[in-house]
Design a protein around this ligand. Sequence first.
Ligand code: FPP
Length: 246
Amino acid sequence: MADPRPVPIPAKLMAGHIPTHVGVVMDGNGRWAQRRGLPRTDGHGAGEEALVDTTYGALAMGIKALTVYAFSTENWRRPVDEVRYLMNFNRSLLERRQHELHEVGIRITFSGRRDWRVPRGVLRRMEEASALTKDNTAMTLNIAFNYGGRAEIVDAVKQLVADGLSANKVDERAIAERLYHPELPDPDLVVRTSGEYRISNFLMWENAYSELVFTDVLWPDFRREDLYEAVGEYQQRERRFGGLET
Ligand code: FPP
C-alpha cells in the first residue's frame, strides 16, 4: 500500500540535514482522552493514527530509523486494565499494520526486555513482525516496548560480564556494542509531545548528544507536519558534540 496521506515536505527542510535516527516519546494520550470525557485507553487507541502517519512522514523524509516509546518498564505500575489494554493493543496493532509497513520497506524491531511479564501472544506477534520485515532497508521502526534506558544499560553490563570481559577491556564501545540495537546510530533528535520536559528513562545511553525538541501537541493529535516542524527546529541547532564550532 502506498502512503495514504502524502504531504509535501517543505523544500527548505529537504535542503537541510535530515536526521538519521529520530526518537519519539509519545506522551499525552491519557490527557487527550480525559479532555474528551473518554477513558484513557481511548487515547492510546487514537495514538495509532499518529504513529502510522509519523512513520510514513519519517520514511518520506529519508529518516532511516524511528524509535518510539510504546511501553516503559515503569508502565507496569499503571492500573491493570490499562496495562492489559496496552499489551493487547501492541499485539493487534502489529496484526493490523505489519503487512502494510512491510510493503513500504520498513523493518520492525523492538527494544526492551522480553521477560515473563509480556504475554506470550504479544511476544509471538513481535517475533513474527520482526521476522517478516527483517530484510527491509527503507527505514527501521524500532518499538521500545517494556523498555527502560537504565535496564538496557544493566542488560549490556550483564552481557559484558557473561562475555568474561576484564575491567581493562570495558570501555564505551564495549557497552554500546551490547545495547539492544547496536546497529542503530545514536538518535540525532528526540521529540517529546504533550508539554512534558523529561527524558523518562528513554534511550539513556544513546541520547548523550541528541537534540531535544518538545512540543505541546498531545500524541494523538501529532501528525507528520509536527515531525517536519521538529526537524526544522533541529536544523536550527548547532551540534558540537562537546567540541568547538568548526
Ligand atoms: C503515554 O501517554 C503513552 C503511552 C504510555 C503509550 C504510547 C503508545 C501509543 C501511542 C500507541 C502505540 C502503542 C503500542 C503498544 C505499539 P500517557 O498515557 O502517559 O498520557 P498522559 O501523560 O496524558 O497520561
